[in-house]
Design a protein around this ligand. Structure first.
Ligand code: AMP
Length: 379
């Protein structure tokens, strides 16, 4: 009996446990809160990620360890590697945890990025804004997610307000200034790399964000084959350079013919949730296969798919359940503003059928604004 340990007990760990059940796997989840939603499906060790006693107990009970949460301290991941196999490796995790290291790595690999500069003082911010130009975005280097820890600088007059908002973070987590990209689309590559280096990716996904949080994903993204190939090539290069094992997502901005890398998520990713019903093998199962050294599953799509995120609280399930290609995912979390509490995936054999299903669901749930950009893309 193999036990997979997962650091972080959110919905990603929960969906991993569900995907691992048919493989006969057992799971142990470590989280710093006892009511983490993966705990409804797997035993837990509750403890801080820096607590060596808790980490030691976790390590002693698992055969391999992985993450649902990328901000597990890299030192804790390194500490674990002396006791158990850990995938992805702590070096990959550390790179993805720091926006400066990540963007520097992209650039070294010849993957285009928006202009960026580290910032450690108000004067430094002024010179960085001068060099990069406006509009631009000041971000924390570490611990930011879903648009948190970001301040948009529209003109030089916003510099003081940006420093008031984030300046205190400069000494704690560091800051980075990035040029604002007027993108046409946001895309992501969700890919998997096996222990023996085999690389596979799902078709490119198009994503829509609201207030920095993912709202909808559509796969396959309607892009020309050359753009598709280039995105796959960037993801492959990145994974090889980090000796990455497992699933990851590379978030990209598309502007005209250009693709610019935004960030690397060193784990299964929200923009890959559609793979559960929309592809031959889900991102969750392929992640487990990769970390366990099993053959990777086919990433081919089954029809077309759109995922809608439920943020704050769950809507009524009936409209989605009534759709022939409708799939419901309730993460079993308490409602809270801004929190990802569930998602739905709609699957269909044609763009028209998918657009019609989205239109019915959007109208039934009063979520026309959420489905509108996806429908516009499909029609
Ligand atoms: P992040 O946390 O970096 O993934 O940012 C969350 C969202 O904010 C992205 O998905 C974009 O919609 C937006 N965003 C972040 N960085 C930029 C940028 N440099 N230019 C334009 N939009 C951005």
């Amino acid at each position: 009996m193999t036990t997979v340990g997962i650091l972080g007990g959110g919905q990603l760990a929960r969906m991993m446990a569900l995907a691992g059940a048919p493989l006969g796997l057992r799971f142990l989840v470590m989280d710093n809160v006892a009511d983490a939603c993966a705990g409804q499906f797997a035993p837990m060790v509750v403890g801080d990620y820096r607590d060596e006693a808790a980490l030691a107990e976790f390590a002693s009970r698992v055969d391999v360890a992985t993450f649902d949460f990328e901000n597990v301290p890299a030192e804790s991941a390194r500490w674990l590697t002396d006791r158990v196999d850990v995938f992805p490796n702590p070096r990959a995790l550390a790179t993805a945890q720091d926006r400066l290291a990540e963007k520097t790595r992209f650039r070294e690999l010849g993957i285009p990025v928006p202009p960026f500069a580290p910032v450690d003082s108000l004067d430094g911010l002024r010179s960085a804004v001068e060099a990069i130009g406006t509009p631009c975005i000041l971000k924390t280097r570490r611990l930011g997610y879903d648009g948190k820890g970001q301040f948009r600088i529209r003109e030089t007059g916003d510099i003081d307000a940006a420093w008031t908002a984030l300046g205190a973070q400069a000494d704690k987590v560091g800051l980075i200034l990035e040029g604002f990209v007027h993108f046409d689309r946001e895309l992501s590559v969700v890919a998997v790399r096996a222990r023996d280096g085999e690389f596979r990716a799902w078709p490119l996904t198009e994503n829509w964000h609201v207030d920095g949080v993912l709202s909808a994903s559509l796969a396959p993204a309607a892009v020309d084959p050359r753009t598709h190939e280039r995105a796959m090539d960037y993801a492959r290069r990145l994974a090889e350079s980090l000796d990455y094992v497992g699933v990851f997502a590379l978030e990209l901005f598309a502007r005209g013919d250009e693709l610019l890398a935004n960030e690397l998520a060193p784990r299964v990713h929200n923009s890959g949730h559609w793979t559960i019903e929309g592809s031959e093998t889900s991102q969750f199962q392929n992640h487990l296969r990769a970390v366990l050294g099993l053959p990777l599953g086919d990433t081919r799509m089954v029809g077309q798919a759109c995922m809608l995120n439920w943020i704050g609280k769950m809507p009524a399930a009936a409209a989605v359940l009534a759709e022939p290609g409708g799939h419901w995912h309730d993460y079993g979390k308490q409602p809270r503003e801004g929190r990802k509490v569930g998602h739905a995936t709609l699957r269909a054999d044609s763009a028209k059928e998918l657009a019609d299903a989205l239109s019915r669901v959007g109208a039934a749930l009063g979520r026309q604004a959420q489905v509108a950009p996806v429908i516009a893309r499909l029609r």
